[in-house]
Ligand binder design. Structure first.
Ligand SMILES: Nc1nc2c(c(=O)[nH]1)N[C@H]1C(S)=C(S)[C@@H](COP(=O)(O)OP(=O)(O)OC[C@H]3O[C@@H](n4cnc5c(=O)[nH]c(N)nc54)[C@H](O)[C@@H]3O)O[C@H]1N2
Ligand SMILES: Nc1nc2c(c(=O)[nH]1)N[C@H]1C(S)=C(S)[C@@H](COP(=O)(O)OP(=O)(O)OC[C@H]3O[C@@H](n4cnc5c(=O)[nH]c(N)nc54)[C@H](O)[C@@H]3O)O[C@H]1N2
Ligand code: SF4
Ligand SMILES: [Mo]
Length: 746
């Protein structure tokens, strides 16, 4: 008999509550935790298999250094000493822009982001690349113009709406909201509610929808423009709402008047009357929308994000219950960076601005290969696996082999780690105190701090500790007075006072705060992450404190301490705040507290969205007659987080799916080996013939091409994605729209 512990799943942003049994330091049983207030006992196949993520032969135990004879074990002291010296040398010679931090965008462990960004800033760089820069930055940017800050993006209030529009979202499989399959089935059965899914294929979610708009792949910009034109033409705008809550409508309205919506909708392969009816319902119902990778990773993605905001704002569905709302948060997961300001950094060779203070991984290979003296030369890669996760593995491999310093902080000997100069072992989500700041619920603000339930079997450290030691060695952490160490030993309140005094006397020390807290209180608590949670709660912004009061916490100087204690007492997770349901407009950061729908920079791009123009781009591709989705979420993948392939043994996991009519046309059959070729490269993969995809649209799941213990499992979909094939503004990849051809393997 082992011991049962409450924890959470680290495999996707839902972080469902789990109960796990640990025996002999191994996770042996898993079930959904009914006490978790957000997931309420729900768990999917991936979460049930979490042991395959935690325990496997590729786990790293000791710091490693690449030598001519392969990787050799070294001490932490040597690793930190050499990395700090090399970093200093590179940056002194080539400037701070030669260093980039890639990390902080994981599914389960966000505490690393604070230390990673602190170290990056101490070096003088602003080049922070994360996974969010390959999916969400265009959306964050458009929201930033509408709401005033890029971290004030909206989420659908699916519980209070009576119409939910999913656009490029397959929630039945990918989730992206708590208990998604249960919720979606209940929603679709409810006769008072309307589920509309816009997706080219009959996805698992389209299957349960009331209305499925089977759009032609890659034409959402055209459809959304047409829908706005219909709403305006038919007089279905909410005039009262616009008068009270919107700025910029008069500036944009002419962009849509006279647009031939009927021709556009027809080109999208949709029925005009049905689309018109959906538009009418948007006006009369409480409606919200859930966009996802089908549009984020597609043509015109940033523009689509903007058009969706317009559509749901002019129909009165923005910042209102049942519409799209700005969630409350303890900590925003991203920053705000205005690309119109001089001080905002851009990438050197490709010229992409930081959006939400993040840069797009798609451009990193070019930034390394540019040949410029100030090019990227040193990268610290934490909790991400660019050589399998990000577009264009081949370009990444070439570029990463040109780096002067690549440090990878990892759990496992990944495809990226194999290219590193130093590989540093870090504690997993089950060996450390950690949590996430994915704020996707409204009005409740949820938090769970996971605690160590398994002992690390080696010299692994929290990533924050690794960053801190490097910063210390580079001389970035100011001298800490003995009194602060002593206060940390005594009690937290005394420590808080001392810390405040120290900060007052040494304002520049504030820049290293996460490190100072780690070195002092973190040492006493046995975890820098845990200590930094406490510090974060003590310094929480006023907007969060108001939410905390609504959730029952007491106002005053001890509020942070009270919430911290509650979090520690509730390993299953808890609600730590509640947004104001009466007035979501108050959460806007625009000066006039109105939703701004006028983004002048988008005018020309929108003008390009014309049916005939789209027709010439989309339809004339004799060389590549299919569209490939390089990525598909199925119950056999969890990005690249699962390493031991045994969890999928006996399953047909990595195939290329094709519609039966296409298979017949090309003389292919289920089980055949096919070669899929794109501009980026080609792979050989098993064909699966199924109605799960539509004509001309083939799909390969991502997360395969896994190298484990000398063998490769499945094909790496990122060999087929060109990194230069990307959103013109945000630089996000077109993983859901890659022209390709499919041929039998002779
Ligand atoms: N099982 C599993 N679940 C996961 C993950 C995983 O790896 N495996 N990863 C997690 C992560 S990090 C993320 S970001 C989420 C992503 O979650 P989703 O975005 O829901 O994931 P996808 O399966 O890519 O769903 C995109 C849908 O868009 C459709 N689509 C393709 N082209 C178009 C188009 O042109 N227009 C429209 N309107 N739709 C289109 C596709 O057919 C597909 O059904 O999933 C999370 N959940
Ligand atoms: N072709 C294609 N590629 C895609 C997608 C697609 O649809 N198509 N989807 C993309 C999406 S939406 C996302 S979000 C990305 C995600 O891609 P990445 O950002 O690479 O993230 P993951 O694959 O989730 O995890 C990367 C690594 O983090 C390590 N890790 C996990 N937890 C910890 C920890 O606590 N400490 C440390 N040090 N390491 C840890 C894991 O071992 C793993 O190797 O993949 C993307 N890649
Ligand atoms: S992978 Fe499954 S169990 Fe884990 S958090 Fe996501 S939905 Fe929940
Ligand atoms: Mo993602």
């Amino acid at each position: 008999m082992g011991t049962w512990h409450k924890t959470g799943c680290v495999l996707c942003a839902q972080n469902c509550g789990l109960e796990v049994e640990v025996e002999d330091n191994r996770i042996v049983k898993v079930k959904g935790d009914k006490d978790n207030p957000r997931s309420q006992g729900y768990v999917c196949r991936k979460g049930l298999n979490i042991a395959y993520h935690q325990h496997h032969e590729d786990r790293l135990k000791y710091p490693l250094k690449r030598t001519d004879n392969g990787f050799e074990r070294i001490s932490w002291e040597q690793a930190i000493e050499e990395i700090a010296a090399k970093l200093k040398e590179i940056v002194d010679k080539n400037g701070p822009g030669s260093y980039a931090y890639m990390g902080g965008g994981g599914q389960g462990c966000h505490f690393e982001a604070a230390s990673g960004v602190t170290l990056m800033k101490a070096i003088g760089s602003k080049y922070h690349y994360t996974a969010l820069g390959q999916e969400l930055t265009g959306q964050f940017w458009a929201h930033g113009r509408a709401t005033g800050k890029q971290y004030k993006f909206t989420i659908p209030d699916e519980h209070n709406c009576d119409m939910l529009v999913g656009i490029g979202w397959n929630g039945m499989v990918s989730h992206q909201i708590p208990r998604a399959p249960i919720f979606l089935r209940e929603f679709s059965k409810n006769p008072d509610k309307l589920l509309v899914i816009i997706d080219p294929r009959k996805s698992e979610t389209a299957e349960v929808a009331d209305i499925h708009l089977a759009i032609k792949p890659g034409t959402d910009a055209l459809l959304t423009k047409a829908m706005i034109a219909i709403v305006i033409n038919e007089g279905w705008i909410d005039e009262e709402y616009i008068k009270n809550h919107v700025t910029g409508y008069d500036e944009i309205k002419n962009w849509f008047i006279g647009f031939d919506a009927e021709a556009a909708v027809e080109f999208c392969d949709l029925d005009y009357e049905q689309v018109r009816e959906v538009c009418r319902q948007l006006r009369i119902r409480k409606a919200c929308y859930h966009p996802d990778l089908g549009v984020y990773m597609n043509r015109h993605s940033t523009l689509i994000s903007y058009l969706e905001i317009i559509l749901f704002t002019i129909t009165g569905n923005f910042c209102v219950p049942g519409g799209n709302v700005i969630p409350g948060m303890l900590m925003p997961i991203v920053g705000h960076s205005d690309e119109r300001e001089e001080k905002t950094w851009r990438t050197q060779a490709t010229g992409y601005p930081a959006l939400s203070a993040i840069f797009p991984p798609n451009v990193m290979p070019e930034e390394i290969m540019s040949g410029r003296p100030d090019r990227l030369r040193a990268v610290m890669c934490c909790q991400s696996n660019p050589l399998r996760s990000y577009a264009d593995t081949t370009a990444y491999e070439e570029a990463f082999s040109k780096l002067e310093l690549l440090v990878v902080c990892e759990l496992a000997m990944t495809e990226t780690a194999k290219f590193a100069h130093y590989v540093l072992p870090s504690k997993s989500g089950y060996e450390s105190w950690d949590g996430t700041f994915f704020p996707w619920t409204w009005p409740g603000i949820y938090f769970q701090m996971r605690r160590p339930i398994v002992e690390p079997e080696g010299e692994q450290l929290e990533i924050g500790e690794i960053h801190m030691r490097i910063a210390d060695k580079m001389g970035f952490i100011p001298d800490i007075p003995e009194s602060l160490y002593a206060a940390a030993k005594e009690n937290r309140l005394k420590f808080g006072m001392e810390l405040m005094n120290f900060g007052k006397e040494n304002p520049s020390a504030l820049k290293s705060m996460p490190f100072i807290v780690s070195k002092t209180l973190g040492k006493e608590m046995g975890s820098g992450n845990k200590a930094n949670l406490w510090a974060m709660l003590m310094a929480a912004p006023g907007s969060f404190k108001k939410c905390a009061v609504r959730a029952g916490f007491n106002k005053g100087p001890l509020m942070g301490e009270e919430i911290f204690n509650a979090i520690i007492e509730h390993p299953e997770g808890l609600w730590i705040g509640e947004s104001d349901t009466e007035n979501n407009f108050a959460d806007l950061s625009t000066e006039d507290k109105k939703v701004n729908v006028y983004i002048p920079e988008m005018k020309d791009w929108l003008a390009e969205i014309e049916t005939e123009k789209e027709r010439t781009v989309i339809e004339n591709n004799a060389e590549y007659p299919f569209i490939l989705s390089s990525g598909r979420h199925i119950s056999y993948n969890a990005n690249t987080l699962m390493r031991n392939p045994a969890w999928n043994e006996g399953k047909r996991a990595c195939t290329c799916i094709m519609n039966p009519a296409d298979a017949e046309k090309y003389g292919l059959k289920d089980g055949d080996m096919v070669r899929v070729t794109t501009e980026a490269g080609s792979v050989e993969v098993e064909l699966e013939v199924t109605e799960q995809t539509c004509r001309r649209y083939v799909m390969i799941p991502h997360g395969f091409g896994l190298e484990f213990q000398g063998s490769t499992y499945g094909v790496n979909a990122n060999r087929l994605a060109k990194n230069t094939h990307r959103d013109r503004f945000a630089g996000t990849p077109f993983h859901r729209y890659i022209p390709c051809r499919v041929e039998p393997v002779k």
